[in-house]
Design a protein around this ligand. Structure first.
Ligand SMILES: [Zn+2]
Length: 157
């Protein structure tokens, strides 16, 4: 399936404008469903002091707000650059069906945005990762899941 170049141009233009306006990092994303733009996003990390405010995450949040739901099933994301591991995971959590990107991870790395480190961390065993990760209060680790299983309120996602 071919992507629509108009949507990718929009993502790239948003990324460039975000830089030239001094608003934030060089990334933009567009969420499309049935040939229509649902929402857009730009990198807002420095603007909002939010390290998770990557363009794709911002676009997903805006799209979900627009559609009043947590699933973006049937939606496609056009992003100015290959998603980092966090954004890739967010795209999967949102159940989007396709990703189009323009710049590569190598292009981003050349501009100082290297996510190769994150991809390598994910492949490591827990004990070998840079940020120490340790289990504790294991005997209570299932309390919330038990409450969840008993709850009539649960929404599957
Ligand atoms: Zn990202």
């Amino acid at each position: 399936m071919q992507g629509n170049p108009e949507f990718m141009k929009r993502a790239i233009d948003l990324a460039v404008e975000n830089v030239t306006s001094g608003s934030g990092g060089p990334f933009g994303a567009v969420v499309v469903r049935e040939g229509r733009v649902i929402a857009t996003g730009v990198n807002e990390v420095t603007a909002t002091n939010d390290p998770t405010a990557h363009a794709e995450v911002v676009a997903i949040r805006n799209a979900c707000r627009q559609l009043k739901g947590f699933s973006l099933e049937g939606c496609t994301i056009y992003t100015s650059c290959e998603p980092c591991p966090m954004c890739l995971a967010a795209i999967y959590w949102a159940r989007m069906e396709r990703i189009y990107y323009s710049g590569t991870a190598a292009d981003a790395a050349a501009a100082g945005f290297d996510d190769a480190f994150l991809y390598s961390e994910i492949k490591k065993d827990i004990g070998e990762r840079t940020v120490p990760e340790q289990r504790m209060l294991a005997e209570r680790g299932n309390e919330s899941f038990d409450a969840w299983r008993k709850s009539g309120m649960r929404a599957e996602y």
